[in-house]
Design a protein around this ligand. Sequence first.
Ligand code: ADP
Ligand code: MG
Length: 230
Amino acid sequence: MIADATQTMGFQTEAKRLLHLMIHSLYSNREIFLRELISNASDAIDKHRFAVINDGSLASGADYRIRVSADAEAKTITIDDNGIGMSRDEVVDNLGTIAKSGTAAFMEQLSGDQKQDSQLIGQFGVGFYSSFIVADRVVVVTRKAGESRATRWESAGEDEFTVSEAERESPGTTITIHLKADADEFADSWRVRSVIKKYSDHISVPVMMPKPSQPGDEEEDQADQERRRA
Ligand code: ADP
Ligand code: MG
């Protein structure tokens, strides 16, 4: 039963420094968090595609897509993918530590100029933590392809995070960002749409959003479509 309990864990020291920076220093160009999370979702879908080819026991995810929804009332934005997902151990490793040597280089290159610094984030692959530029709290629910159990990761970004067992119908990852009061523009569908259009150039899967014309409607369309037609 111990494995099922909620575990509270501390971020690795380097991760803590980075999170502190995200939360307290990067106010300009905040929208890049969305680029980072969509890019991670796209990577996870590519990994799933690859895994299907290499593992006959995995069902293919023919309808690969990224779904983004903004909830103005709850002040949340959610990014959902049907990619490879993460096991519990992977969640702890990938979202609790910074294993990449690039991060030290990133920290060294920081100029103190917020616009310039926030542009460095993407280049150095410190993507996921950029969600804390706009988040009070981030909740990740993920299930690895080929596994039946799902994992919930939750953090307010400062020192620690929790992991616990969760339910998820199918493999993939859902990231829910509870927005800071001064970042609630990202709970607005129109605002989110325009950011997606700007950053979905290199994304090979459709980014879907609920149709803005019909609130409450289940219908959705491709948020990056206009750009694709152009
Ligand atoms: P990078 O994308 O450069 O590896 P990130 O900080 O953006 O760095 O993400 C860290 C790691 O977390 C990724 O390498 C990946 O293993 C995992 N990860 C993040 N988002 C997802 C996702 N949507 N699905 C599966 N794994 C993810
Ligand atoms: Mg990334």
